[in-house]
Design a protein around this ligand. Structure first.
Ligand code: HPA
Ligand code: ZN
Length: 349
């Protein structure tokens, strides 16, 4: 039987717990949780600042890197938004996207669903055309150039008012931005899913796919509300679901994908250390989890580094790593034809 062509099931998850740890083989994966602005590496930040004549508040790379000690989500977001100042032109957005795809391809990524934060650029006076066309121009040829099929997701900032998000969504629809769906990110606690009910209704009506960050720092009830009030198909992060056994049962029964980002969770202190990460328990529960890098330039690793550290620290077996890779493909918004290609590639490894 070819196990990786079927979605996750509990029987397989249970037996897999006893597999031995072995060498980490690079697997073809889909990356489903990736903020393109979170791929801005320090070197590129300095190069773009120089190109655009922007003075950075850091003397050198070392000083910038010394700021990458985060205490929580907000402490990261402050730096993440500040560094976006270097993104001014379509070429800047295109260069950032090319750099990500180059690195992701080396790490085994064969399909990527990339989030962009349009409101974070509009508020700096950078137009939707500049950011969407800059990223979109590279995504349009990503399969030919990098061997990675790509889709674009517009993420909305949950700490801003819903009306702001609705206005931006209408503009994106009017300009026929090449979007597969919408997401919801930024400061979670105090900005529950219910705040964005109308935004998600409008996106659904427009035929967009729906995902939202929930249960990263926020409570498990945000995961429930994202499903019930927003009608999302996929949950970004979702680790706090483990606080609610009934919710876990529901997520398993409905095979709701959770795009988990282990190194992000450690760096943002959602978990104390990687050894404390709930991933093994999530796998054992039969949850449909995938592994993603979130903001790899800030959190110490791309997808392949997340996989290798999971193997080294949490002893996630080769079998479970393959299961995680298969989950990422099944949980993607790619066409059935593309999913079959990717699963064939995975089965060949
Ligand atoms: N959480 C919430 N918002 C974000 C993140 C994240 O990990 N990365 C970029 N925006
Ligand atoms: Zn995220």
């Amino acid at each position: 039987m070819d196990i990786f062509t079927e979605p996750v099931d509990e029987t397989v998850a249970e037996t897999s717990a006893e597999q031995p740890v072995d060498a980490v083989v690079l697997l073809p994966v889909a990356e489903l949780h990736l903020h393109i602005e979170g791929t801005l590496e320090p070197e590129l930040i300095f190069a773009l600042a120089e190109r655009n004549g922007i003075e950075l508040p850091y003397a050198d790379l070392g000083e910038l890197r010394s700021r990458y000690e985060f205490t929580d989500l907000q402490s990261f977001l402050d730096l993440y938004y500040a560094n976006m100042a270097v993104l001014q032109t379509e070429a800047d957005f295109a260069d950032m996207t090319r750099a990500y795809l180059t690195r992701a391809a080396q790490g085994g990524v064969r399909h990527a669903e990339i989030m962009i934060d349009p409101q974070a650029h509009l508020s700096r006076g950078v137009s939707l055309e500049t950011c969407i066309n800059g990223v979109g121009s590279v995504l349009a040829n990503s399969l030919e150039e990098f061997g990675i099929s790509t889709l674009l997701i517009a993420a909305f900032l949950r700490d801003l008012p819903e009306d702001d998000a609705l206005e931006v969504l209408e503009s994106l629809l009017a300009m026929e931005a090449p979007l597969v769906g919408i997401g919801l990110d930024s400061a979670e606690v105090g900005n529950p899913p219910a705040k964005f009910e109308r935004l998600y209704a409008r996106a659904r009506e427009a035929g967009l796919r729906l995902t939202a960050h929930a249960g990263e720092e926020g409570p498990s009830s945000y995961v429930t509300d994202a499903l019930d009030i927003l009608g999302v198909e996929r949950i970004d992060h979702g680790i706090r679901c483990m606080d609610d056994p009934d919710l876990v049962e529901r997520l398993v029964d409905q095979r709701i994908p959770l795009t988990v980002c282990p190194l992000s969770n450690v760096r943002l202190r959602a978990v104390d250390t990687l050894a404390d990460h709930p991933l093994p328990a999530m796998l054992a529960a039969g949850l449909n989890v995938s592994i993603n890098s979130d903001d790899p330039a800030y959190f110490g690793g791309y997808v392949d580094e997340n996989f290798s550290q999971l193997a080294a620290v949490l002893k996630i077996s080769a079998f479970d790593r393959a299961r995680l890779a298969a989950n990422s493909i099944h949980s993607s918004f790619a066409s059935e034809e593309r999913k079959t290609e990717l699963l064939d590639e995975l089965n060949a490894v």
